[in-house]
Ligand binder design. Structure first.
Ligand code: 5GP
Length: 193
C-alpha cells in the first residue's frame, strides 16, 4: 500500500534490535485518515470471504480493525491483555509472548462473542514472530470459528511470523512488508495489497 509505505519512509524511526517505531501515526498518536484507508483496503481484499467478525488485540490493532469492520459491516472484537473485573463470563484464553515487551501475557475474549458460525478476519498492526496473531488464531479455534485470513499493517519479513502462520494454513495479507531494518534504514519488499 503505497500511502503506508510513504508514511513509514517519512515518519518511521528504526530503533535497535529490529524494531520500527511508528508512534506518530499507528501505535500512540493515530492518523485516522490513514487508518481508515488501511481498514478499507483490508475490507476490499476480504470482501468476498463472508467475514462475520473482525478480531484484533489491544491496543494498536483496534484502529485499523475498526475501520475494516465498519466497511465489512460486521462487529470488531479486541482481545484483552489484562482481565477486567467486568469480564465475568466464560473466556477464551491463550498466552502470547510479546516481542516488544519481552513478557508472556494471557489474552482473552469472552466466549459469547465468537461461535462456530463465525468466519473471522484477524488484524494486527505488526507481524514479527507471529505470536500475537497465533494467539488470536487459537482463541478463534477454541470457539470453533473459522479464520479466513490475517491482515497485517506492517510485516517485518526478516522475522519468522509469516512462515509460522502460513504453516498453520493461514492466508496472510500485509500492506507493508519490510525486508530489513539494518543500519537504521528501512528496506521494503512488495506489499500484498
Ligand atoms: P509478534 O507477536 O508477531 O512477534 O509481534 C507482534 C506484536 O509485537 C505486535 O502486536 C506489536 O504490538 C509488537 N511489535 C512487533 N514488532 C514491532 C515493531 O517493530 N514495532 C512496534 N511498534 N511494535 C512491534
Amino acid at each position: 500500500m503505497e500511502e503506508l509505505v510513504q508514511r513509514i519512509k517519512e515518519d518511521g524511526r528504526v530503533l535497535g534490535e529490529g524494531v520500527l517505531k511508528v508512534d506518530s501515526f499507528v501505535t500512540h498518536q493515530v492518523d485516522p485518515d490513514l487508518m481508515e484507508a488501511i481498514g478499507y483496503r483490508f475490507a476490499e481484499v476480504f470482501a468476498e470471504a463472508g467475514i462475520t467478525k473482525v478480531v484484533t488485540i489491544e491496543a494498536s490493532g483496534i484502529a485499523p480493525a475498526l475501520f475494516a469492520a465498519k466497511k465489512l459491516a460486521v462487529p470488531m472484537i479486541f482481545a484483552r491483555k489484562a482481565k477486567s473485573l467486568t469480564m465475568d463470563e466464560e473466556l477464551l484464553t491463550s498466552s502470547v509472548y510479546s516481542f516488544t515487551k519481552q513478557v508472556t501475557s494471557q489474552i482473552s475474549i469472552s466466549r459469547k462473542f465468537l461461535s462456530s458460525d463465525d468466519k473471522v478476519l484477524i488484524i494486527d498492526d505488526f507481524l514479527a514472530n507471529g505470536q500475537a496473531a497465533k494467539g488470536l488464531v487459537e482463541l478463534c479455534q477454541q470457539a470453533g470459528a473459522k479464520v479466513d485470513g490475517i491482515g497485517i499493517v506492517i510485516e517485518k519479513s526478516f522475522q519468522d511470523g509469516r512462515d509460522l502462520l502460513e504453516e498453520m494454513g493461514m492466508r496472510v495479507v500485509s500492506l507493508a512488508r519490510i525486508a530489513s531494518l539494518k543500519n537504521g534504514e528501512v528496506e521494503f519488499l512488495e506489499g500484498d495489497a
